[in-house]
Design a protein around this ligand. Sequence first.
Ligand code: B9F
Length: 128
Amino acid sequence: PKKCNLIGHWVNDLGSNMTISAVNGDGVFSGSYLTAVTVTTNEIKVSPLQGSLQRKNRKGQPTFGFTVNWSYSDSITVFTGQCFVDKDGKETLKTMWLLRSRMDNLENDWKATRVGTNIFTRVQSQKE
Ligand code: B9F
């Protein structure tokens, strides 16, 4: 079956855009993230992401994790997931995320973390 390649342009079920620009030999990768949604009226800006791809498994469909450090807020999101390839070679990233907001005090810590899922599919480049 076709190998999963994280490099490229992805869109998720919320319409957020993610670009993974490089993956090195150790599986360390970097890119950028533009969320389509926000909770507040904050201005949304492209934010950097850094992640790690599992390289131990030679059977394909690797697991990975990455962090998005929101450049316009004091919040941070971590994603973990797996890249699946179907029989037609179509890649899907199935992920779960935790969004941590900064709280002013320990009493508010209980409400600091949101959780959810996102499904990413590849945005085909014009020449493919
Ligand atoms: O909306 C978040 C934000 C941070 C401070 C004010 C607004 C940051 C963007 C999070 C985007 C999430 C979703 N987008 C996506 O593609 S990450 C997981 C989801 N997948 C309000 C106050 C603190 C946090 C939220 Fe904020």
